[in-house]
Design a binder for this molecule. Structure first.
Ligand SMILES: [Zn+2]
Length: 252
């Protein structure tokens, strides 16, 4: 039996019984971990608000190594991300990021970079309102960290890197296709070098500066067609929170 201490972000918290909750954390050192929080649904629970989704906490849990379900011993809030929680659109964006991490990681497998990506993105979400760019940035980066980075530097058919004019994107090849190769290869979408440059920037720009990267009209949809559709192909289904953030963005 081991006792584990680490920092973590609450991904999901669900009712397990009248008094207990089942909480999924993305931890700094042990990857995704599920814990039973006994008594967490009682009014005077010692966990207070520390098990709400997106809470960044110090946690202590115990159980056998590599088991599926651990017992939560303690959870103390370091940062509640209240600025995200207080704004409906930010809240759903945060839930979407959490959902992506949950869907794209296996349990008890160290994912330090994905943990850091989630933490940095929640900080950025607190401080800025350009949520669309942040979502696209998160999508393309979590794909990259999961070994599914799209090829944006040379044609996936002829390997040519000097690409101009219209560029195709093939979901099957997970990358760009040059004008010449488009005659013989299925490229589901076509865009200009401008959109390609935005896609490249999403991979390199500091997440804290994502608020400054605004897509010109029309380009936002092209970028989304690449990053979000690659997510759908990887996860195999639409994420539950996604239609909510789309509807809210349309109303705005
Ligand atoms: Zn080519």
């Amino acid at each position: 039996m081991g006792l584990f201490r680490t920092k973590g972000i609450v991904l999901r918290s669900i009712k397990l019984s009248e008094t207990d909750k089942l909480v999924t954390f993305m931890t700094e050192h042990f990857g995704k971990v599920k814990c039973v929080a006994r008594g967490a649904r009682k009014i005077k629970s010692r966990y207070a608000g520390s098990l709400e989704p997106m809470s960044y906490v110090h946690l202590i849990y115990f159980g056998k190594e590599n088991q599926q379900l651990y017992s939560l011993n303690n959870s103390d809030i370091i940062e509640s991300f209240h600025l995200v929680r207080d704004n409906f659109q930010k809240l759903y964006t945060g839930i979407y990021l959490n959902e992506l991490v949950d869907a794209m990681t296996a349990e008890v497998q160290e994912e330090k970079e994905i943990f850091q990506l989630l933490f940095d993105s929640l900080c950025a979400l607190s401080n800025q309102c350009n949520l669309e760019t942040l979502c696209r940035m998160f999508e393309i980066r979590i794909l990259s960290l999961s070994g599914h980075k799209p090829e944006l530097h040379h044609c996936t058919v002829c390997r040519n890197s000097a690409i101009n004019g219209w560029i195709g994107f093939s979901y099957q090849k997970r990358g760009i296709v040059c004008n010449r190769c488009m005659k013989n290869t299925v490229a589901e979408i076509k865009f200009t070098t401008g959109t390609l440059n935005y896609l490249k920037k999403l991979l390199t720009l500091d997440i804290n500066c994502s608020g400054r990267l605004k897509f010109p009209r029309g380009m936002d949809e092209e970028v989304e067609k690449v990053t979000h559709r690659l997510i759908l192909a990887y996860v195999g289904r639409e994420l539950k929170s996604y239609p909510f953030i789309k509807t809210m963005a349309d109303v705005k």
